[in-house]
Design a protein around this ligand. Structure first.
Ligand code: SF4
Length: 247
């Protein structure tokens, strides 16, 4: 988990019941300034409670954006310094981690109204500049994924009348394709196909209910191009179930 905005660990917090003054010292000043000796001494005492806390790890993860006081064993100045170094540290994050953060942060920006960057920073600890960078990266990734999928959108459409049975209607249906099966033509959903493209898995109406059926490609006529989805060979009608799938 990247972080828990709900802080569901709170019921186990060791600081519950302690006076807030033990964790939020007067004289601490703003996080970018060195605190007074007294404030630092008080925070150091609070950190001892954190070290015995069963949820210190989760608290530390979720409170990096907190402005004041001691949270997760860090005082406000320590968190400030960690946040300041985060953009540089994030350059070394693996791509999956950067994308995961980008996706999580986008959720706050893409809803209406978009959450201000400063609030996102308070919530997650991710500074605004880094958050913007990660969101941009995630959006770029999404666009690239869409473009990649668009490349495999066009399935070759079989010509009509290659199979015994009624011809396909000239008009388009309401679903994905006309499907010829059991001597009938019905309007069906595409669900996938074998890697060699010879068999398609279609959802069609059969009597009282809809069923999933493997049909030959020439028995399907698509109304619109569909993303190609390769299915496992299990259940393919022209192979034994225990046969190894083709590579
Ligand atoms: S780590 Fe410290 S601040 Fe966080 S819940 Fe535990 S005791 Fe409280």
């Amino acid at each position: 988990m990247l972080y828990d905005p709900e802080r569901r660990w709170w019921p186990q917090a060791a600081c519950r019941g302690h006076p807030p003054g033990e964790f939020f010292a007067d004289g601490g000043g703003t996080p970018d300034k060195v605190p007074s000796v007294d404030a630092q001494a008080l925070w150091d005492e609070a950190k001892k409670i954190c070290r015995g806390c069963p949820v210190m790890h989760q608290c530390r993860r979720d409170t990096l954006g907190e402005e004041y006081g001691v949270w997760g064993g860090y005082d406000q100045r320590e968190r400030y310094l960690i946040r300041a170094k985060l953009p540089k540290a994030a350059k070394r994050w693996p791509p999956e981690r950067r994308l995961a953060w980008g996706r999580a942060l986008s959720a706050y920006r893409d809803r209406g109204p978009a959450m201000p960057w400063i609030d996102i920073r308070r919530l997650t600890g991710i500074p605004a500049s880094l958050a913007e960078e990660l969101v941009t990266e995630w959006r770029t990734h999404l666009k690239a994924e869409e473009a990649r999928q668009a490349e495999i959108l066009r399935l070759p459409e079989p010509g009509p009348g290659q199979q015994d049975g009624p011809p396909f209607p000239d008009a388009k249906g309401r679903l994905d394709a006309w499907v010829r099966h059991n001597g009938l033509i019905s309007d069906g959903y595409y669900q996938g196909e074998t890697a060699d493209g010879l068999w398609l898995l279609m959802n069609v109406h059969s009597g009282k209910s809809r069923v999933r059926k493997w049909v030959r490609r020439e028995d399907v006529r698509f109304h619109y191009p569909k993303p190609k989805l390769i299915m496992e060979y299990e259940g393919r009608p022209d192979r034994a179930r225990d046969e190894e799938p083709a590579a």
